[in-house]
Design a protein around this ligand. Structure first.
Ligand SMILES: [Ca+2]
Ligand SMILES: [Ca+2]
Ligand SMILES: [Ca+2]
Length: 262
């Protein structure tokens, strides 16, 4: 996910620095670039050890003496190329608009989930009752996979910090990606891990509870289990030792739903 500021119409891409550091027990990467459009910019990218999403914080601090006004844009090449299609958006239609908080895209119609096609993607970039809504979104029709969303005319006062938070998800199936977006937009506990009180107060595009608590229950960790079996040779009886067996997660999920037992 690329991040750019626009100052008086000129794009200033965030290029970071040669050194990053970590927070939250190594789960969060922190990259900084000072003096971009006269702002100190910090990107924090967090992936919980239970997985399923990446949380981005774009942190803009004005350490100067004059107000700074910029546009801020997130841009990504989704990788789905000419197969790109919108699966769902938060407004309930399949049109990506500024009234959306998230969208789900894929490179296939859902009948060939990962690993037989690319994973389904979800991007969550705002929530209800926030101080700031997204100003413009774009995913060109007719098969382009160039996604962007942006917030225009942000004025950061001297001494002020403004944070834009957003999430990116890859999932094996379309229903799982949509369920992830529907959960993340409500700021579940796993989405708020490791946020400081200052960060919570400065996030503009989600209404984060001041005490950092979530209205949702903790996500139950995935059930772990084991599968035992024997790989047989073509004669159907001779056991093959140390055979490699791969089994896609989505297929395993389907079998579980059909009440198969191992
Ligand atoms: Ca592409
Ligand atoms: Ca929509
Ligand atoms: Ca796919």
């Amino acid at each position: 996910m690329h991040f750019s500021l626009f100052s008086a119409g000129t794009e200033l891409p965030f290029s970071g620095s040669n050194v990053a550091f970590t927070e939250n027990n190594g789960r969060q990467i922190v990259i900084q670039q000072f003096g971009l459009a006269n702002l100190d910019v910090t990107r924090k990218i967090f992936v919980p050890d239970t997985g399923y999403f990446a949380r981005y914080m774009e942190i803009l601090t004005n350490s100067g003496t004059a107000p700074v006004t910029v546009d801020a844009q997130i841009f990504s090449n989704l990788g789905s190329d000419f197969g790109t299609r919108i699966i769902a958006t938060s407004s309930g239609d399949k049109v990506f608009g500024t009234d959306d908080f998230w969208l789900v895209t894929d490179d296939d119609d859902g009948s060939s989930p990962y690993p037989n096609s690319d994973p389904t993607l979800a991007h969550i970039f705002g929530g209800p009752n926030a101080r700031l809504a997204v100003s413009a979104v774009n995913l060109p029709p007719s098969g382009s996979d160039l996604l962007s969303y942006r917030w225009n005319n942000l004025t950061i006062q001297p001494g002020q910090t403004v944070i834009l938070m957003h999430f990116a998800v890859q999932h094996s199936t379309q229903p799982a990606a949509t369920a992830s977006a529907e959960r993340l937009v409500q700021l579940p506990p796993e989405a708020l891990v490791g946020l400081s009180s200052d960060e919570i107060a400065n996030i503009q595009n989600f209404a984060v509870p001041a005490d950092g608590t979530s209205p949702l229950d903790v996500l139950n960790p995935p059930q772990l289990g084991s599968v035992n079996g024997t790989v047989l040779a073509g004669d159907g009886t001779t056991a093959i030792a140390n055979a490699n067996v791969t089994y896609p997660q989505w297929q395993f999920d389907l079998w579980k739903k059909r009440d198969h037992h191992f």
